[in-house]
Design a protein around this ligand. Sequence first.
Ligand code: GLN
Length: 237
Amino acid sequence: AAVVGVLALQGSYNEHMAALRRIGAKGVEVRKPEQLLAVDSLIIPGGESTTMAKLANYDNLFPALREFVGTGKPVWGTCAGLIFLANKAVGQKTGGQELVGGLDCTVHRNFFGSQLQSFETELSVPMLAEKEGGSNTCRGVFIRAPAILEVGQDVEVLADCPVPAGRPSITITSGEGVEDQVYSKDRVIVAVRQGNILATAFHPELTSDSRWHQLFLDMDKESQAKALAALSLSASS
Ligand code: GLN
């Protein structure tokens, strides 16, 4: 069976491990670069992306994480994990922290505001309707949550949500000589998929709903089937 790695530097990795156990999947905590060689897929949990990046740097994990994303094995980032996977992050407290990248999007690190503005809401996610239970909505738990401001053309949007009422307009400072922009749309993207990469601005691991973990395991199965097919092709040629 597939081994799902969970980056266990900081944040909600215990909750991801528990969610995997609930659906009978094998989760393994990953803290060192070489441990990435032993997993078929990887979850990067929520937490605090600046702290997580510091710890990742300390253990020299960034090159290995980038290489892992590049192999095409499934990777899922929740919240701070989404920030890690984005090609570009903007917003306060950016502090030039290092990103893994691979996901063609721009995230705002604290789009929904501070801890006090954390919230839960019902999200419409058509893709989840195929999973057990058949409902196409899920509970989105947003904690100091980021949001996705822009996506590239290869990125499939799985869910968006309204910008909370009364939220002050957000100025996006891109540096690099580009003018500041104000985010003025009334909805914002909170879940996406791009090939092997899944990313959510909210925390399915903090709910009892296993469908997101199930969806991720399905991506894992798909990718293993592909790897096997490639192997048998090369063996027969
Ligand atoms: N906004 C946080 C950050 O910058 C992420 C919050 C979370 O993962 N719950 O890392």
